[in-house]
Design a protein around this ligand. Structure first.
Ligand code: ZN
Length: 207
């Protein structure tokens, strides 16, 4: 698998485009919300001539999900708690208002849960339910490259907020302990720079 990280220039989330080299199957993790960010994603997929199979949203926040509207007919994986918030257009949880925007209308959501495996061509992606930032937050682990996509659970220099709608600091700490049991090398967080296992271990000490 090859990873194309699209690090946000502003308030979008980071995005990762994953490509299964053998089959050219491609998926997007957290497509962000701005037009400029969307164009960067589309151009990354075009450059590799990839075949977009699905999107994974790590959680329901507007800055991570709104660009899903542009990928009509593409399957979108979310954990149930956050997926339902999107289907119900629950803006207390989605936070569109926070960005001065309308609640996005997103179809094609399929629920996934802890330990579920999603296949991208011949690549195996493992879903972990890592609540704390939101109750339905997930992380994605790919074993061969030892990559962890953490959404807003943890960044290379801190952790996600837990004071919003369904946030819970105790759950966030437990979720960080859960990912520290994995043998990941590289951390691809929802915001900020790419990190590694040691960064997360250090952050956990101060929580
Ligand atoms: Zn968030």
């Amino acid at each position: 698998m090859k990873i194309y990280p699209i690090i946000s220039y502003s308030v979008d989330s980071n995005t990762c485009v994953l490509e299964d080299k053998e089959t050219k199957a491609v998926c997007i993790i957290d497509p962000g919300f701005s037009q400029r960010h969307l164009e960067r994603i589309i151009s990354a997929i075009e450059k590799i001539n990839g075949n977009l199979k699905f999107i994974i949203n790590t959680h329901c926040h507007y800055d991570h999900i709104a660009n899903c509207e542009h990928f009509k007919g593409v399957k979108i994986f979310m954990q149930k708690n956050d997926g339902e918030a999107v289907l119900e257009q629950n803006d207390e949880k989605i936070l569109s208002y926070f960005f001065g925007m309308k609640v996005p209308k997103i179809n094609g959501i399929e629920f996934v849960d802890d330990n579920e495996i999603i296949n991208l061509g011949k690549t195996t992606l493992k879903i972990l339910h890592t609540s704390g930032h939101t109750s339905g937050s997930i992380s994605v682990y790919e074993e061969k490259t030892k990559s962890l996509f953490s959404g807003d659970l943890v960044f290379s220099g801190g952790v996600g907020r837990t004071d919003l709608a369904s946030g819970n600091f105790e759950q966030l700490k437990d979720s960080i302990d859960k990912i520290l049991k994995l043998n990941f090398k590289t951390l691809y967080p929802g915001h900020g720079d790419i990190g590694n296992y040691k960064d997360v271990k250090n952050i956990r000490k101060f929580l």
